[in-house]
Write a protein that binds this ligand. Structure first.
Ligand SMILES: [Zn+2]
Length: 368
């Protein structure tokens, strides 16, 4: 079994993490005080931490999403967004994450008059500050932003255009998030068209709580390059009593085309999409060699980090360093950063990092 220390030291890449799902509880309280937000359920750090986690583990995506009103609630001013984004970069870097795409829906921070562009600018500025601090602390990280449109809102075209405007400043793609039933990907087709015509990137939350039709639409109508969660693709896979496996057309397409699955095991347990990590479809999909990646989703609400998710998988399935490296390279290959940047991280950071760890493990096991 891998120790948490080893897992933390290992380089990791993260493709699915929400800025408003990863605040430090103490920062939520600080920002509420600073900007006069008086709706927090408590101003005690421990109580608030417990409240967020209790609120998340209710086996329903809709209930899970309710807790976010207090995180984006305190992210209505430029300085607040800059601070949250900088701390996000620092927290990920100190956990051994070397590349992260963190997403945020700018429309959530417009209640006090910020524009979509001002929100994205503040988010990117925070990433820059956080990257500088992390590099100075000896944990360099590359931070990119995904711009999300909320399913319930009607601003997806505007948000997509905003994402495109910031593409050369650190935004690498566009996403749609929020409740799935009643909000299929085809509803946002104009926004996705806009993105594709500009040769920009699309990932969509699909197949998290809603099944195969959502995945089908995301891939074949909206042009998604990756699937946010995508867990329900298992509904198109049959495992026979003798252990042989049959893939339906959609599952075969996803595997053949190497469509990356941004899987978030603990978050799926909390939102009711999987019963437990041990029973999570990630194990079957990993064994069948789908392009599986491991992600945090919401570090605050689900009480996870990249390291704790890897540790949970190691405990449940004994993935070891070899599979951790495979999952990390999968993520890096699937990233929306330019090819040369991905290649540099794989060859100069990830592979040497795992080689060093394996070396150390061999020396510890055989001291002669
Ligand atoms: Zn998500």
């Amino acid at each position: 079994m891998l120790t948490l220390d080893t897992i933390r030291t290992a380089p990791k890449a993260l493709l699915h993490d929400h800025l408003d799902g990863g605040l430090r509880p103490a920062t939520v309280i600080d920002l509420a005080r600073e900007f006069g937000y008086d709706a927090l359920p408590t101003t005690d750090v421990d109580d608030l931490t417990a409240w967020f986690r209790r609120g998340a583990d209710r086996k329903s995506l809709e209930l899970y999403l309710e807790t976010f009103q207090h995180t984006f609630g305190v992210m209505q001013e430029r300085d607040a967004i800059v601070r949250v984004a900088a701390e996000c970069a620092e927290d990920l870097a100190s956990d051994g994450v070397v590349y992260a795409e963190v997403r945020y829906a700018p429309e959530l921070s417009t209640e006090h008059g910020l524009t979509l562009d001002e929100v994205v600018e503040a988010n990117l500025e925070g990433f820059r500050i956080g990257m500088d601090r992390a590099a100075a602390a000896g944990n360099p990280i590359v931070m990119k932003m995904l711009v999300t449109a909320m399913r319930q809102a009607a601003r997806s075209v505007e948000v997509a255009e905003c994402a495109i405007r910031w593409r050369d400043a650190g935004v690498v793609g566009f996403d749609v998030a929020g409740p799935e039933p009643g909000y299929p990907p085809t509803r946002y087709i104009d926004a996705f068209d806009r993105i594709r015509r500009e040769h920009f990137h699309i990932t969509i939350h699909a197949g998290q709580t809603f099944g195969l039709p959502s995945i089908w639409e995301a891939l074949q109508f909206a042009g998604a390059e990756r699937l946010g969660h995508g867990v329900r693709i298992v509904d198109d896979i049959t495992v026979q009593p003798d252990g042989s496996v049959h893939l339906g057309r959609l599952a075969a397409f996803v595997r053949d085309r190497r469509v990356p699955l941004e899987m978030c095991p603990t978050s799926n347990v909390h939102s009711g999409a999987a019963a437990s990590v041990v029973e999570h479809p990630i194990e079957l999909l990993r064994r069948l060699r789908f392009r599986v990646t491991v992600n945090t989703d919401n570090r605050l609400m689900s009480n996870v980090s990249m390291s704790s998710e890897m540790q949970a998988l190691d405990e449940a399935f004994g993935i070891g360093l070899g599979e951790m490296e495979w999952l990390t390279i999968n993520a890096m290959k699937s990233a929306f950063a330019p090819f040369d940047e991905r290649l540099r991280l794989i060859n100069e950071v990830i592979k040497p990092g795992y080689a060093r760890l394996r070396d150390t493990a061999v020396r510890v096991a055989a001291p002669h």
